[in-house]
Design a protein around this ligand. Structure first.
Ligand SMILES: Cc1ncc(COP(=O)(O)O)c(C=O)c1O
Length: 447
């Protein structure tokens, strides 16, 4: 390997990404890889984007960093304004950090301090959903519902209450979508009653699930119920829009699709199109104003980094100037149309789900019974590897088997296509053709 980098998998010999252009990454052997998932649903505006580069260069010439213990800076002022301009007037503050895990840590700590400082000192637990992911630092790993990522660290994680996901394809309660009483949402009320509402600070959820159940969406009815339960029990609603925010669903924030207004939400990944490490925690004024003497007991060295925030401003401007949200609408309709056609055509695509440029695909051995392929087969790994062999990167979900209210729910293998917002129609076709061919190649060997 000849280097000293502590890579993600020390047994893997990773190619060196030397250059990027549009939706392609070129390695040091001049091999081109088509990025069909924005790395990890994180890059949205292509590699080597001239506009963003120029904006960053301008900012470098001014100032990159001044510690927020002593200063604020223009890029964070502008980016906070920009975010607020798309929100209702209840929202008033944005706190900038370097990644999604930090943003969610910031959100749950703010929820805790808000309740503490407003006289509800026992409120410290965070309810979340099984089959979810909110980050890898210990605080947010504890509120995640992803056993594969948690198992090793379980002795270090605080036990946080979990409820059912909104996973209609495999409803834990055996119901079908649109013909249920939203038991999954009602399970929030049940757990609040069980734990005691005086102990629950917040409920956190991804509007559309990422790694833990690729593309599993909420719905208007679901979030209406969740909002109502939170309000009735003095529980803050935190939406984790690290993956779904900053345009990914064709709206600035995924919550808009479901007409739900959280108390706090987080952004990451696409907020800077990954040109700089940037994420944000955004909250209502009511929450910020609840902090005693205005001093949030929190902060990182790189919070409010000027250069990173300027990448965020450039992303918002670029998306606006190129009308990319409208383009995602059209592109997404095409993406889902073709995936639905594949679902009709092939016996092993059980579910196609998601919104905008977040398309989850779940594979099954038997479409009727929804029986998954055996886990040992590592179908997700095989499909990802075959796509890679064919020159394309896709997003692999973490498959899991989870006990939900005494029902065992086992997912099938699931992956996600999450194109860059700048993807052209012909590039979308290349993505879909390569995906179809790769999956067929794998299935010919295993099915
Ligand atoms: C929904 C969601 N929340 C939080 C995170 C954590 O973000 P980061 O890896 O930037 O810390 C991720 C990352 O995949 C995510 O998908």
């Amino acid at each position: 390997m000849g280097h000293h980098v502590f890579t993600r998998d020390l047994t893997n010999d990773y190619p060196v990404a030397s250059y990027g252009e549009g939706i392609y990454i070129i390695d040091d052997n001049n091999r081109e890889i088509l990025d069909a998932c924005g790395g990890v649903v994180a890059v949205s505006l292509g590699y080597n984007n001239r506009y963003i580069k120029d904006r960053l260069k301008d900012q470098i010439d001014r100032i990159c960093f001044a510690h927020t213990g002593a200063f604020i800076n223009k890029p964070i002022i502008n980016l906070a304004d920009r975010i607020m301009s798309h929100l209702t007037s209840e929202f008033g503050k944005a706190y900038f950090v370097s990644g999604g895990s930090e943003a969610n840590e910031t959100a749950i700590k703010l929820a805790r301090q808000y309740w503490h400082d407003t006289g509800h000192k026992k409120k410290s637990k965070i309810v979340s959903r099984l089959m979810s992911y909110h980050g890898n630092s210990l605080g947010v790993l504890a509120v995640s519902g992803n056993p594969a990522r948690q198992k090793l660290y379980a002795p270090m994680l605080r036990k946080q209450p979990k409820i059912a996901p909104h996973y209609c394809y495999r409803c834990p309660y055996g119901k079908t979508e649109g013909h249920c009483n939203l038991e999954c949402a009602n399970s929030l009320e049940k757990i609040i009653q069980k734990e005691g509402k005086e102990k629950i600070a917040a409920f956190i959820a991804e509007p559309i699930v990422g790694a833990s159940c690729c593309g599993a969406e909420g719905s208007r009815e679901y979030f209406k119920k969740i909002r109502q339960i939170c309000d009735e029990n003095d529980v803050l609603l935190i939406l984790d829009e690290v993956m779904t925010g900053a345009g990914r669903t064709g709206r600035w924030f995924a919550s808009e699709n479901y007409a739900v207004i959280p108390d706090i939400f987080t952004l990451g990944k696409g907020i800077s199109s990954s040109y700089m490490p940037l994420a944000a925690m955004v909250c209502k004024d009511k929450i910020a104003n609840g902090i005693s003497k205005g001093a949030f007991v929190h902060g990182f060295t790189f919070s409010g980094h000027a250069l990173a925030a300027e990448a965020g401003n450039a992303v918002f401007d670029y998306i606006d100037e190129k009308s990319l949200l409208v383009k995602i609408g059209y592109g997404s309709a095409y993406l889902f149309k073709r995936l639905e056609e594949m679902k009709e055509k092939y016996p092993w695509i059980g579910d196609v789900r998601g919104l905008g440029y977040m398309a989850g695909i779940e594979f099954v051995k038997d479409k009727k019974t929804k029986e998954p392929f055996p886990e040992e087969l590592n179908l997700t790994g095989k499909i990802k590897a075959e796509c890679w062999k064919n020159g394309m990167l896709i997003f692999a979900g973490t498959r899991m088997k989870v006990k939900i209210d005494r029902h065992l729910v086992e997912q099938g293998d699931h992956v996600m296509l999450a194109p860059h917002f700048i993807t052209t129609r012909s590039e979308l076709d290349t993505i879909l053709d390569t995906f179809e061919m790769s999956v067929k190649n794998v299935m010919e060997k295993v099915a």
